[in-house]
Design a binder for this molecule. Sequence first.
Ligand SMILES: [Zn+2]
Length: 206
Amino acid sequence: MRVLAVSDVIVEALYSPAIREIARDVEFVVSCGDLPSAYLEYIVSMIDKPLYYVMGNHGTRGGVTAVPEGCIDLDGHVINHNGLLLAGLEGSIRYNDSPYYQYTEGQMRRKVFGLERKLWVNRLRYGRYLDVLVTHAPPFGIHDASDLPHRGFKSFLGFIDHYHPKYLLHGHTHLYDNRAVRESVRGQTHIVNTYGYKFLDLEIDG
Ligand SMILES: [Zn+2]
């Protein structure tokens, strides 16, 4: 299942009518956060396919949240898109007193816990918990950085080890260099930094 993932920076070619051709054979678009609502609204209006998103830590405008209209919020939700099981966890680690989209490790653990019942329903119904976890922040120690705002969540490592999603797609870590690592593997999980854009051919088990 071909998917277009975007995050963190606007890609001019996607913010133009060329998006129709570029995204012609994708099943849906997924945003891993920190993108202007207008950009996501433009994409979804041009291609007539669903756009799933989580908000990044920069998801506000003038101090209020700025969610993209016509797009589907994945945070705290578990959905089935034509057999592909997706869930989302928004935001970054808490590093200042902004009221939105920042979570302590304990708060993120509770958000993960909030997904548990739905993941078990998947397990009973489909024989697996989840195919794709969509986040803004990376897991701790994987594609993250040592400064607090860019530190990943330990809760995501626990999530990977417990629920074994086939993919974890995230943003938040900017890539300034083509040689930077943007894909890693932990256990059975492929972890992909979707900074800018990334086409993914996602496999479905089961
Ligand atoms: Zn961010």
